[in-house]
Design a protein around this ligand. Structure first.
Ligand code: SF4
Length: 274
């Protein structure tokens, strides 16, 4: 990716890079002390890690929160006593999509325009998981559209990924009316669908965006601020999971975009070492 393009995507994130005054176009840039220097910008994915990049062994260990220990362990798809839809072994993408489209397991089926299954590459290394569809997603049937979706695209671009190279889904496949938070029971009813998507996708890393998604995936009530900058593990497959802010939150709170940029770099480092 060219330096100009990287600057464009970082600018979309609200992160400015400065060019030395008087230097001709294409000259090496310098950054303010508090701005991301271009030397810190994404390298090609198959590039060896920078000498100053943290090795995975140096990254924080997965948290083992008390809340997590108190909750029941997830069951394998198709395990005895597990009647959740989409958990049967052997379900493929079209079958799973059809099951979600016909789902009436919670009351959100009564108010949705349509289900929002997910979008992206079915061989992606990265799985981006949000909370639930909003009004526009409910209308279009695709997660992360509108301004928040555009910012998510810019966040991905900043680490060298396109929207088409990742898979994007939500914990809930139907929109909660009025964009209220999902209830615990709604999330519990819908989560098996995401688990089956993960079983089919086999991602190298999950990026949970926003508090609701993070807390539901990690089955914890720990704040998002405390969940950031750690390698968590999700489900039976123990997929590495990194947490960051939801783009809709970042649109309202641009001061935290710099933290999101740190989270993205952290996730990229984790993925490179899986
Ligand atoms: S939110 Fe999930 S569990 Fe509830 S009706 Fe929609 S697809 Fe089914």
């Amino acid at each position: 990716m060219s330096s100009a393009l990287r600057r464009e995507y970082l600018a979309a994130l609200g992160l400015e890079t400065w060019v030395v005054r008087g230097k001709p176009p294409g000259s090496p840039e310098t950054a303010r002390p508090d701005a991301p220097a271009l030397r810190d910008l994404p390298e090609p994915r198959d590039t060896p890690a920078r000498p100053d990049a943290p090795a995975l062994r140096d990254l924080p260990e997965p948290r083992d929160t008390p809340e997590l220990r108190d909750l029941p362990e997830p069951r394998a798809p198709g395990a005895a006593g597990d009647s959740s839809p989409g958990r049967e072994a052997g379900v493929d993408w079209p079958e799973l999509r059809a099951r979600v489209a016909a789902c009436t397991r919670c009351a959100l089926c009564n108010t949705r325009t349509q289900t929002v299954f997910g979008v992206g590459s079915q061989t992606a290394d990265w799985l981006i998981v949000g909370e639930a569809p909003g009004a526009e997603e409910d209308r279009q049937g695709e997660p992360f559209v509108g301004r928040a979706g555009q910012l998510l695209n810019s966040m991905l671009r900043a680490i060298g990924l396109t929207r088409e190279q990742v898979y994007i889904a939500n914990v809930l496949k139907c929109r909660p009316p009025g964009n209220r938070d999902p209830t615990a029971s709604e999330a519990a009813e819908c989560l098996p669908y995401l688990e089956q998507q993960i079983a089919l996708l086999k991602p190298k890393i999950m990026l949970a965006v926003g508090r609701i998604a993070s807390q539901n995936l990690l089955r914890t009530e720990v704040t998002l601020g405390r969940l950031r900058q750690q390698v968590h593990r999700f489900g039976l497959s123990q997929v590495p999971l990194v947490v960051t802010y939801h783009p809709a939150y970042l649109l309202r709170t641009p001061a935290d975009k710099r933290k999101a940029w740190e989270d993205l770099k952290f996730a990229r480092e984790v993925c490179a070492r899986v």
